[in-house]
Design a protein around this ligand. Structure first.
Ligand SMILES: *Cc1c(COP(=O)(O)O)cnc(C)c1O
Length: 355
C-alpha cells in the first residue's frame, strides 16, 4: 500500500499520544490545509455531507439563512449536495448544467432567482471549477451567499491563482477515500475566510460547546477523527503530484483516443480541472461500457440516476431537466487513478479506439 510506512509511524505516535479526539493531528492538518487552500480557516469535520450541512446551519445561527429559504443547486450533482440543503430545512432549487462543462449554467441561475433565494451552492463537478467569475458576479449582484461544494476539486486552481476552497464565502470538502485527497475512512473539512462563520462552525461541530460543560448553541457531533487527520496530513503532501498525474492521464486520453463518437471533457493547460473523474459522453453509453468490460476495462457511471428522479426526491420528479437527463444517459467515467501505469493506459486507449 502507498504510504504504508508513514501511516504505520503515524499510527504508532497516535497510540503513544493517547489523544483520540480533537488533538494535535486535527490542529496540524487544519493548519496545513488552510495554508494549502490559501484561506484563513480550515475546520475539520466528520465528512463532506456534514461539511455542507454545517455551513448552512452556521448561517442560520448567524441569521443569514432561515428555514424555507431557497438555495440554488446544480441539478447535475451527487445527491449529497441536495441532501445537505433539504436536511437543514432549506429548499433546493435545481438548475440545469452546461452540456460542455457538466457544471451549473449561470444563465439558468438568473432565471430562478426570487425574493426567497438566499444562496448559491455551486459544485466543482468531476474536479472542474464551476464558472467562478459568473457565480461570484451573480452572488454579488443579487446579494446571495456563495458556497462551494468542493468535494471533488481539492487543489483545482482558478485563473487568478485562488484555489478551490477559497472561491466563495465557505467551502465544503469531503475526504472520502476515493476523492483526490482521501482519508482511510470518513472525513471532511470546511474552509472560509469569515471570522464569525469559523467561530460558529468550531462550536457547531462539537455540541455547540464554548467550554467543557457550557454550550451556547444547539450543536452536533461532527468532529474530524484524530487518526484520519494524521493520515490526511501525510497524503496532502502528495496531492499536487497526484493531481498532476491525473491531468497527464486526461491529456493522454484527449490526444490518443480517436473514436469520433466519444465526446471529451475539455482539457486545457490552466489547472482549473483536477479530473476527479474523466467523464466522456457517448450516445450508446451502455454498449460502450459492456464492450469495455469484455476488454477488461472497468468504467463507472457518475451518476446513473439524477437526484430529481430518485425515490427520495419524489416531490421533484415533475421537474423538466432535459440536459441533466441527457447527461445521466450518456456519461461514462474512464479510469483516472493516479496509480494507473502507462501500459494500462495504452491498453485502455487501444480498446476504446477499437469500439
Ligand atoms: C463525495 C461528495 C459529497 C459527500 O461527501 P461525503 O464525505 O461522502 O459525505 C458531497 N458532494 C459531492 C459533490 C461529492 O462528490
Amino acid at each position: 500500500m502507498r504510504f504504508q510506512k508513514e501511516f504505520m509511524d503515524s499510527f504508532q505516535s497516535f497510540l503513544d499520544s493517547g489523544n483520540y479526539i480533537l488533538g494535535d493531528q486535527v490542529n496540524k492538518f487544519e493548519q496545513d490545509y488552510a495554508i494549502y487552500c490559501g484561506v484563513k480557516y480550515c475546520i475539520g469535520v466528520s465528512n463532506g455531507l456534514d461539511a455542507i450541512k454545517l455551513i448552512l446551519e452556521a448561517y442560520k445561527v448567524l441569521g443569514k439563512l432561515k428555514e424555507g429559504d431557497e438555495i440554488i443547486v446544480p441539478a447535475n450533482t451527487y445527491i449529497a449536495t441536495i441532501l445537505a440543503v433539504s436536511n437543514t430545512g432549506l429548499v433546493p432549487i435545481l438548475v440545469e448544467p452546461n452540456l460542455e462543462t457538466f457544471n451549473v449554467n449561470p444563465i439558468e441561475i438568473l432565471k430562478v432567482i426570487t425574493q426567497k433565494t438566499k444562496a448559491v451552492l455551486g459544485v466543482h463537478l468531476y474536479g472542474r471549477l464551476y464558472d467562478v467569475v459568473a457565480l461570484e458576479e451573480i452572488s454579488k449582484d443579487f446579494n446571495l451567499l456563495l458556497i462551494e461544494d468542493a468535494a471533488q476539486a481539492h487543489g483545482a486552481i482558478h485563473k487568478d491563482g485562488r484555489k478551490a476552497g477559497n472561491l466563495s464565502n465557505a467551502a465544503a470538502f469531503s475526504f472520502y477515500p476515493t476523492k483526490n485527497l482521501g482519508a482511510l475512512g470518513d472525513a471532511g473539512a470546511i474552509t472560509t475566510n469569515d471570522d464569525d462563520l469559523a467561530n460558529v462552525l468550531l462550536r457547531l461541530r462539537n455540541y455547540g460547546r464554548i467550554s467543557t460543560y457550557e454550550n451556547d448553541i444547539k450543536g452536533y457531533n461532527c468532529r474530524l477523527d484524530e487518526i484520519q487527520a494524521s493520515f490526511l496530513k501525510i497524503k496532502l503532501k502528495h496531492l499536487d503530484l497526484d493531481n498532476e498525474r491525473r491531468r497527464e492521464i486526461a491529456k493522454m486520453y484527449c490526444t490518443s483516443i480517436n473514436n469520433e463518437a466519444i465526446i471529451f471533457p475539455t482539457y486545457n493547460a490552466s489547472k482549473n480541472h483536477v479530473f476527479h473523474q474523466f467523464v466522456v459522453r457517448h450516445k450508446e453509453r451502455d454498449k460502450l461500457k459492456t464492450y469495455l468490460i469484455a476488454n477488461s476495462v472497468e468504467t463507472l457511471i457518475h451518476y446513473p440516476i439524477p437526484p430529481h428522479k430518485q425515490q427520495a426526491y419524489r416531490e421533484l420528479g415533475h421537474l423538466l431537466l432535459p440536459i441533466t437527463e441527457k447527461i445521466y444517459n450518456e456519461v461514462l467515467s474512464l479510469p483516472i487513478s493516479p496509480m494507473l501505469t502507462d501500459e494500462e493506459l495504452y491498453e485502455i486507449v487501444y480498446a476504446i479506439n477499437n469500439f
